[in-house]
Design a protein around this ligand. Structure first.
Ligand code: NAD
Length: 370
């Protein structure tokens, strides 16, 4: 085995069913006396569950904000911080200066709500507890993407990492079937890409393979029966591992292509990852034979070929694979290729203009990757 060094950056994690009940205890562990709760308008039901839970505890719910939305617009973050200050729970200056604060930000939802929690936490210094309800993985990363004036910027800072993550499998029961599948493939992409990351360590590699197995076995079962309890558990466990991969090694061509397509053409997040993954893997495959062999072993039904395994998995899920179905236009293929080439980054196979254009064309058309 090659020599390796690795330092994990991870939050405290509570995983299981019914773990939401641990929230008062976990908030108190962080010294939290006042809670500020976040959700999207679509998940206020789950937010109110938390409110009721905390009502019977020593933690005071100082305020709620239910306007979390995609791409973490700075205007929404500022509105949420104004609501936090108006609730009287915040001693923003003190917390930002490192003086322990008794206010804790609690986000319940997918990557959009967690993004808002991170944006508030990094600005105010308040501790952040995440309760993820999708498989996107943001809760395990020190990365924050934000939009202002139509431009998305991304930064990484250890202080962005949430302090505690409560994974409660019960909360994923309400995921719509299509989102469950695309969010699961979004997670899978973190593990696949970690396997060929420049800075992958043996530990992250082992987690990534475990994640691929867990998700590729559970997602088809969930496509048949979204209430399959064991499959729900395996999928969220896989997503946790995928988030750890995303937060601890550098991503490359797959995530960059998704960033270009999603960010520049306003395409939906999980759906874009799902359409791109077979093509980004196929593009780098000739340069990563060892990784392809490991993936072939991990995907059920691969017959010794990772692409067969991945394509077979996608066929079992309720997903569309053509980005033209989400509004990506044929005339934007060249522009997307130019943007992808304009920001150089490491990839096991360097980006070649014509080959990348063809990859993007196939993703637009939804043609199978080989
Ligand atoms: P999302 O958070 O935008 O959620 C989509 C919709 O599904 C929302 O209406 C949400 O309320 C709803 N939803 C979520 N969980 C649900 C559940 N269990 N039941 C019912 N409805 C539910 O989507 P997402 O895919 O989770 O996150 C995507 C966003 O996260 C993107 O903006 C992406 O850039 C970001 N992200 C960031 C990182 C990072 O490390 N910074 C990592 C992954 C994703």
């Amino acid at each position: 085995m090659q020599a390796a060094w690795h330092q994990f950056n991870v939050p405290r994690v509570v995983f299981g069913r019914g773990t939401l009940k641990k929230l008062p205890e976990e908030t108190a562990l962080l010294g939290g006396k006042n809670a500020f709760l976040l959700s999207t308008p679509q998940q206020t039901g789950q937010l109110h569950l938390i409110r009721e839970l905390l009502a019977g505890s020593d933690v005071h719910v100082a305020g709620i904000f239910t306007e979390a939305t995609m791409h973490t617009p700075v205007g929404i973050t500022e509105k949420a911080i104004a609501a936090l200050n108006a609730a009287g729970a915040s001693s923003v200056g003190a917390a930002a200066a490192g003086i322990p604060s008794s206010t804790v930000i609690i986000s319940i939802g997918g990557g959009s709500t967690i993004g808002l929690g991170k944006a508030i936490s990094i600005r105010t210094g308040h501790a952040h507890i995440c309760i993820p309800t999708s498989y996107a993985g943001s809760e395990m990363t020190p990365i924050l993407g934000e939009t202002a004036d139509g431009r998305k910027t991304t930064r990484s800072d250890p202080r962005i990492l949430p302090r505690t993550v409560l994974y409660d499998v019960d909360l994923t029961g309400s995921l719509p079937q299509t989102m469950r599948a695309t969010s699961g493939i979004n997670a899978l992409a973190h593990a696949v890409e970690a396997l060929y990351a420049q800075n992958v360590s043996p530990v992250v590699g082992a987690m990534a393979i475990e994640a691929v197995k867990s998700l590729s076995e559970s997602l088809p079962k969930l496509a048949v029966d979204g209430n399959d309890q064991k499959a729900q558990e395996d999928a969220l466990y896989g997503a946790w591992l995928c988030g750890m991969c995303l937060g601890n090694v550098s991503m490359s061509i797959h995530h960059k292509l998704c960033h270009v397509l999603g960010g520049s053409f306003n395409l939906p997040h999980g759906e874009t990852h799902t359409a791109v993954l077979p093509h980004s893997l196929s593009y780098v495959a000739p340069k990563i034979p060892g990784v392809m062999a490991k993936l072939a072993d991990a995907f059920p039904g691969s017959n010794g070929d990772a692409m067969t395994g991945l394509n077979g998995l996608l066929e079992k899920l309720p997903v569309k694979l053509a980005l033209k179905d989400y509004g990506f236009r044929e005339e934007d293929i060249d522009k997307a290729a130019d943007i992808a080439l304009s920001q150089p980054y490491w990839s096991p196979r360097p980006l070649e203009r014509e080959a990348i254009r063809e990859v993007i064309r196939r993703i637009w058309a939804g043609e199978p990757a080989r």
